[in-house]
Structure formats: structure tokens, C-alpha cells
Design a protein around this ligand. Structure first.
Ligand SMILES: *Cc1c(COP(=O)(O)O)cnc(C)c1O
Length: 387
């Protein structure tokens, strides 16, 4: 295992030891291992109690009702359920989304479009990475059934004005879905105050386990999404499958822990993120992507003029970072998010995403920052001497 400083918390986080303890209590012969759907014995009742306790933890974090939470295998499935589920329920229609969404929103929308089950308007962001609510307003049509705009972007951390976008949707009678995989437990997200109808959540970005998430589905008015996984009719017929007690307990505990010191922790992360930027900004030719917009405290997306991002990644020994989203980092294409913000191919290809989190400290920031500055300088010198 490399000892590089982990600065890729936007891709995934380690499970918090307190979450591990809560999950372990649901595994093993002496633990709470029963099937939450078993109604005939104490094993089932105790498992159901653990699941319902977690449901309340997740609902509390959103100021929602427990009955509005549907468990899924992650934010990818929650997005698929929201988007395909609404379009199926409505019998098709028009969707508005943006080109800077996560693939787990882009691909379901593109699939519906390809199958002829929906028409899609793809909005582009401003240079700051934000979607202008006025663009959503202008794109709304009589047949618009769903608007899906993410709360905070996974590559840049840029935060969209979901209150303004949701208000326009509500005025127009379209449902509003937001992918909050990056923002849950970090930004205020009160579904009684915000006009959002569907919210996707994910555990592994907030120190919970991979493979579990949830979809918030508003009950007043009673919104229905057509099930995309058919089976025993679990989760009020919206998502079948035996509930994974340990995973669900992990999500509930992780979100409750994040909420407990949310604002103080975001302030601490913001200071660490700014400390890293102070290292990097000493270099000439660096650009802070999304720097003009409100951003998540943990994100820092920086382009280094004249440097190839992949080469930079490979040369770094003290920092574990990424060129963008983990889901697309297998491809050598420049980031579609940065290109949509107007960056040239070359500049987009020179960008790295740094993301700090719960286990980041100042010493780690300094070690990583010095490494990046040294490597960028060395790569640029080498390029100049070749020229
Ligand atoms: C990580 C992420 C997802 C995917 O979540 P999984 O739980 O890994 O399926 C979706 N959207 C955004 C914005 C993300 O950051």
C-alpha cells in the first residue's frame, strides 16, 4: 500500500471506524443478522428495527418523513430509479438535465432518449460551472415531466442553486430530481424548505460503505416512481430485494455522524483546501476551475498550463489524486465537465482534482502540496529543454 497522502475523498472515503462497529453488529451468528422482512420471529423484528432506525437517521438528515426514504444500492441506482421510474410512471415526456451531470444521470437520460421514451434538453453551464436557473426556466415545456440537476458537481465541487431551479419546476408542474451524492451531510438539504421531489444519496462519499444509497421520494404530493427492480414488493413497491441490514445501518450511521458536526467540519476542510491552494497558486499558469462559484469545502480542481494531467498523476509520489471523476478516469479523454465550462482540450487535460476529507491534516496537505509544486516545475523544465 502506497503511503501517498489520500486526497481523493470525492471518489470514495474510508468507512469511519464508528460505522464499521455499527455494521459489524449486524453480521455474524451472534449479531443482528435476521431478514428485516421476516415477520415470524425476533431475529426478523430486530433487523427491521435496525433498518427503521437507519431510515429515521437518513430522513432526519433531510428533514423528511421516514416513509419518503427508499433504499438502493447506491446513488447510481437511485438516479436510475428516479429518472427511469418517473418517465415510466408518466408514460414518457420531456426531461431537462445538464451536460455536467454524473454519468449515472447522463446515461439513464440518454438511454431513455435512444429508446424513444423521452426527449431530453441538455443544458450547458456557465464558465463557473453553474447551471443558470433562467436556462432551466427557458427550457421548461408543457410536456416537461422531470428536471434533473445535481446539487454539487463531483469534479469541481461547484454548487447549483437548487432552490431557484426547484421553484421554477414547481411553478411549471414538473418534478425536480437532484443528485446529492456529493453534498449530503455537507450542505444544508432540507426537503421541507426546498422544492425538491427526488434526492439521490450515497454512503461511500460520507464514510459509509460502498454499495448502498437511498432515494428520497416526496409523499406530499404523493410521487410514485415505477419500480426498476421487480421482486417481493419491498420499499413500498418501488425497489424489491432483501434489505442489506448492515449496509443500511452503515449509511444511517455515516449520515448521522456527518450531520453531528457538519458545519465545523466543513469549515475545517475549507481551511485545509485553501492551504493546499496556497501551495499551488505559487506556481505560474495555474487555474482554479469553478473558482468563481460557490463550491463544496473539500474540492479543489486545478489546471496546470503546459502539463499533461496523466503524466503529473504518474509522477506524484506523495499525493493520491485524480484527473476528474473516478468513473471516467479509465479514459484519456479530457473531462467533459471542464470542457463544458469552456476550457480548451489542452487545459482540461492538464487538470487534477484534489479532495480533502475527515482524515486529512495540515502535515499531509503540506507534503502533497510541495510534491505537486516540485513535479509541475520539473515537468515544465523538461518540456522547455526539449523545445
Ligand atoms: C459517486 C457519485 C455517484 C455514484 O454513486 P454510487 O453510490 O457510487 O453509485 C453519482 N453521482 C455523483 C454526483 C457522485 O459523486
Amino acid at each position: 500500500m502506497s503511503q501517498a497522502v489520500y486526497l481523493d475523498y470525492a471518489a470514495t472515503t474510508p468507512v469511519d471506524p464508528r460505522v464499521v462497529a455499527a455494521m459489524t453488529a449486524c453480521l455474524g451468528p451472534d449479531a443482528n443478522f435476521g431478514n428485516p422482512a421476516s415477520r415470524s420471529h425476533l431475529y426478523g423484528w430486530l433487523a427491521e428495527e435496525a433498518v427503521e432506525n437507519a431510515r429515521r437517521q437518513v430522513a432526519d438528515a433531510l428533514n423528511a418523513d421516514s416513509r419518503e426514504i427508499v433504499w438502493t444500492s447506491g446513488a447510481t441506482e437511485a438516479n436510475n430509479l428516479a429518472i427511469k421510474g418517473v418517465l415510466e410512471q408518466k408514460g414518457g415526456g420531456h426531461i431537462i438535465t445538464s451536460v455536467t451531470e454524473h454519468k449515472a444521470v447522463l446515461d439513464p437520460c440518454a438511454w431513455l432518449e435512444r429508446k424513444g421514451l423521452a426527449t431530453v434538453t441538455w443544458l450547458t453551464p456557465g464558465a463557473d460551472g453553474r447551471i443558470d436557473p433562467a436556462d432551466v426556466g427557458a427550457a421548461l415545456r408543457d410536456d416537461t415531466v422531470l428536471v434533473s440537476i445535481m446539487h454539487a458537481n463531483n469534479e469541481t465541487g461547484v454548487i447549483n442553486d437548487i432552490a431557484a431551479i426547484g421553484a421554477l419546476c414547481r411553478e411549471h408542474g414538473a418534478l425536480f430530481h437532484t443528485d446529492a451524492a456529493q453534498s449530503a451531510g455537507k450542505l444544508p438539504l432540507d426537503v421541507r424548505a426546498l422544492p425538491v421531489d427526488l434526492v439521490s444519496l450515497c454512503a461511500h462519499k460520507i464514510y459509509g460503505p460502498k454499495g448502498v444509497g437511498a432515494l428520497y421520494v416526496r409523499r406530499h404530493p404523493d410521487i410514485r416512481v415505477a419500480s426498476q427492480i421487480h421482486g417481493g414488493g419491498h420499499e413500498r413497491n418501488m425497489r424489491s430485494g432483501t434489505l442489506p441490514t448492515h449496509q443500511i445501518v452503515g449509511l444511517g450511521e455515516a449520515l448521522a455522524l456527518a450531520m453531528a458536526d457538519r458545519d465545523a467540519e466543513q469549515a475545517r476542510l475549507g481551511a485545509l483546501r485553501d492551504r493546499l491552494w496556497d501551495h499551488l497558486r505559487a506556481l505560474p499558469g495555474v487555474h482554479l476551475n469553478g473558482g468563481e462559484a460557490p463550491r463544496l469545502a473539500g474540492h479543489l480542481n486545478v489546471a496546470f498550463e503546459g502539463v499533461d494531467g496523466e503524466m503529473l498523476l504518474t509522477a506524484l509520489t506523495e499525493a493520491a489524486v485524480s484527473t476528474g471523476s473516478a468513473c471516467t478516469s479509465a479514459s484519456l479523454e479530457p473531462s467533459y465537465v471542464l470542457k463544458a465550462m469552456g476550457l480548451s482540450d489542452a487545459l482540461a487535460q492538464s487538470a487534477l482534482r484534489f479532495s480533502v476529507g475527515r482524515f486529512t491534516d495540515e502535515a499531509g496537505i503540506d507534503r502533497a502540496g510541495e510534491d505537486v509544486v516540485g513535479v509541475v516545475t520539473r515537468l515544465r523544465d523538461a518540456a522547455r529543454s526539449r523545445a
